[in-house]
Design a protein around this ligand. Structure first.
Ligand code: SF4
Length: 313
């Protein structure tokens, strides 16, 4: 199926069109830490978080930003993922958690690499301010810039339960502060956080639609070893939607339901994930690869003539 016929607005396709060729993200660990781990907001971090799950080996082995980019591009090249454009993806930790001068230097170091066409900055929605947005907006006058807010859930009771130490109102504020500056705004959500039922998850699309987002990433909850959530899952599996009887087909149906309630102008960056087996204690979709799951979802949407946004609230 050609990407133009996809039943949903695919972010990779939009990015390819915008930059003019295949785009590959190169993960960067800027070692900025996180206010939810160093005592500024909290000590334990979010109950689901295992930071090493987001750092490919080339981030851990290399020190400087430039070294990580070199090793990241080589890593992808070895896997036949040569691309016209590479984006430096500041992914691990909270990538706006430093002084404005330090952040400017970090982002610019990545952009000084001749193969880097832009940056993606992942961060918490309560860890942004107008000075940092100004830096990103200045870079956006010459390069691609996206900021990705970890919103995770629009329900405050869930945010509190997973120890996020921010509320949905912080996400609303962050998006409002960022919009209109030529910065792509992305948001990350986790499907299946404890206490959320199927109907709670689908109903959240209304709040998501109220935000001025260019794209969203959502994926099924993975439960990592050595996390507080692993303990919670062990003690109360009944609080987790994606446990027990919930099958891969059920998740595909849920993902379709979410898509059908999302406005079509919000692009979809991802719907599934697969963490390394040695890091997880529970992966609800039986280890099936994201590409295979995505193919099944598209087939099911096409067979039923479903499109993104055709059930908008
Ligand atoms: S998920 Fe993000 S905000 Fe939460 S502890 Fe991990 S790095 Fe910090």
């Amino acid at each position: 199926m050609s990407t133009s016929q996809l039943p949903y607005n695919d972010h990779a396709t939009a990015l390819r069109r915008r930059l003019g060729g295949r785009v590959q993200k190169v993960a960067i660990d800027a070692h900025l830490g996180c206010p939810n781990r160093d005592g500024t907001l909290g000590w334990g971090g979010c109950t689901f978080c295992l930071n090493e799950a987001f750092s490919p080996s080339y981030c851990r082995e290399a020190r400087s930003i430039t070294e990580q980019i070199e090793q990241g591009i080589a890593f992808h090249a070895e896997r036949n993922r040569q691309s016209a454009h590479y984006l430096a993806y500041f992914q691990s930790g909270t990538n706006t958690y430093a002084s404005a001068e330090h952040l400017r230097a970090l982002y610019n170091e990545s952009l000084n690499h001749p193969k880097i066409s832009g940056i993606i900055v992942g961060t918490r929605p309560d860890c942004i301010n107008s000075e940092i947005v100004d830096i990103l907006a200045e870079i956006a006058t010459r390069k691609y810039v996206a900021v990705e807010y970890g919103i995770e859930s629009t329900l405050n009771r869930t945010l509190q339960r997973v120890n996020r130490h921010h509320l949905f109102a912080d996400a609303v504020r962050a998006v409002e502060l960022t919009q209109g500056r030529n910065i792509e705004i992305g948001a990350h959500f986790i499907v299946g956080l404890p206490g959320e039922k199927r109907e709670d998850i689908v109903a959240q699309t209304e709040a998501i639609n109220s935000l001025d987002l260019n794209y969203i990433k959502l994926h099924q909850l993975q439960i990592y070893r050595s996390t507080a959530m692993a303990e919670e899952f062990y003690l109360h599996p009944e609080d987790f939607l994606l446990s027990g009887e919930f099958s891969t087909d059920d998740y595909i149906d849920l993902a379709i339901d979410i898509l059908r309630h999302l406005r079509p102008t919000t692009a979809i960056d991802r719907l599934f994930t697969l963490a390394p087996r040695n890091l997880i204690v529970h992966s609800p979709l039986g280890g099936e690869r994201p590409d295979s799951l995505r193919k099944r979802l598209i087939e099911r949407m096409e067979q039923n003539n479903y499109r993104q946004g055709d059930l908008l609230f």
